[in-house]
Design a protein around this ligand. Sequence first.
Ligand SMILES: [Zn+2]
Ligand SMILES: [Zn+2]
Length: 629
Amino acid sequence: MSTFDGIVREFPYIRIDNFTNYPDEPPPLACFLSHVHSDHLKGLESFKSTFIYCTAQTRELLLRLEKYPHRMNFARGILESRKQTYRRLKNHIKPIPLETPTEIELAPGQSIRVTLFDANHCLGSCMFLIEGNGKAILYTGDLRSEQWWVNTLIRNPVLLPYTKGTQRLDNIYLDTTFASSDALEYEMPSKGEGLNELIKKASQYPPETIFYLNTWTFGYEEAWIALSAALKTRVHLDDYRWRLYSSQRDQPTCYGPQTAPLVGYKLGNHEHPGCLTNSLEGARIHSCERGTRCEVFQNLHAANVVWITPIIARHKGNEIAEIGAGGGHGDLNQTHSLELYDLGSVQQLLAICNRVLQAQPELKEPMKEWFSSLMKNGKESINLDLEILRDEVEITSQDGRPDDEFDMDNLPIDKLVPALTRLITGKSKQEEEDRIKQQRQITFPFSRHSSYLELRELVQAFKPKDIYPCTVDRSTYTYDVSMEMLFGDLCSANIFQADKELHAQLGIKDSEAEDEESQRSTPSPGRDRPTVPQPRHSEPIIEHDGAEKTDLSRASEASPIRSSSTVRYETPKKRAKTSRSTRSTPSSTQSDRNVRREAMYNAALHQRWEKGFFTSVDGYHNQEPEKEL
Ligand SMILES: [Zn+2]
Ligand SMILES: [Zn+2]
């Protein structure tokens, strides 16, 4: 989950992946979007200042994303719904092709050069190399820096000066999702190995088997392609997901390596289909949203349905599931939310619940507690899971059948109460489904983010002067996951500005380190000082978007049945308990830190050896990069 505030320290007049309006900052002169995952779209709903640059794929996906905020009209006793899209930004979003240095004029006489590189994360995702004014940075967005991918990057003609060392990047803004204390040791098979495992497992089932591949967000496109090719069948998507992906077919600029395999192409006069389809015909694999009532969900008990769940890694005998996966909430789902404006609206909703629940008085107290916790936590909306809505909200069309359009507009608020109740009563139905699934489930490792060792390979390839972490969990942060500790031996300078800012905010002192720092940098005063004005908002402003809302579906994660063999990526709270004691780790000497860093590296490396995924180049971690003098 990206925590980046969008402000690039070396180029303060541009913004990347966070479109929050900071009142104290001047409006950006250009914006960049690395991919369409919702944690990279903060503030985009109300964004209106300038052009946003991204890949052509990202543009088409973004313009088709839909959200459905519902507000309560208590006077009329109904919900009012609207469809929210980014369509209004149509003329503001400009696609740039990959690997093509592109000059962008920000103001008369002021320009930057930007080059996009594929990030191996999800359809359309990219990194940005930004150069100008004697500075150069690489913003990775989310990425999976597998070794083959790093090798390809190293020989990219545009990047050669930075990978061959004739120039150094001033900073890498890095996807540090798995550079957190409990994830350092995760060793992840390559995507290719993961897909191979999936194909092998799926191929063992009889030919009449139906597979449901839970692709809850963008980024599992290769799994579709692999499975479809191996099983010689197509993948069913619901209409919304099909609209998102088929958008790629209509735009020639979107054509990338995955486009034709996914959505087809024209062979002479013949339309050659891709692996995705919104038709049930000939589709043995389903990745349709669960709430859309596809026939695969009607036959839940059928013995021929096999559930496929991607996991991040297997670690010490446990499967590490991705948070959000399987919970029903995801970027590829239609997002419905219930807006809670103020205490008054919460109280009115509670009164309606109490009235509707007259026959179930035992629910009133838990319902009250739940509402008061919403208010205490300042929640402004509740995420509504389409599947639960479908199950619990009786919506029928005129002929009495379930309404496929599922129009929540004008729905009496009373009808929503059963869906809210399901939050409190637990989700027995969900648990039952999970129990069935567990009996016929395939998991396969397929991480969309890099392991610590993979990140080291990327950093090693560039030896940048500094690193800025784009995912920081403040509740579990310790000095041991500072950029200096994790990557300091691979950097070509000793700046670590982001560490310093964060340590100042969190009150972490490493005075001896600072002393050493000042001694080292005496000959060149100013080298380590930031060269741009520091942003006043280093703490990202939390938007009330999907990621931060109360999530109807999240409650299911606590289910004991759900994951007997699966360890979820621990919540910050849980981890905070174990790490708080180490937060104030006393400062250490340089040699002490080297020993600790080496230990962390070795622990991660050990996992890689154990799992047989050893792919690293020999002993690079011991190489001392030339430090800048
Ligand atoms: Zn992402
Ligand atoms: Zn389906």
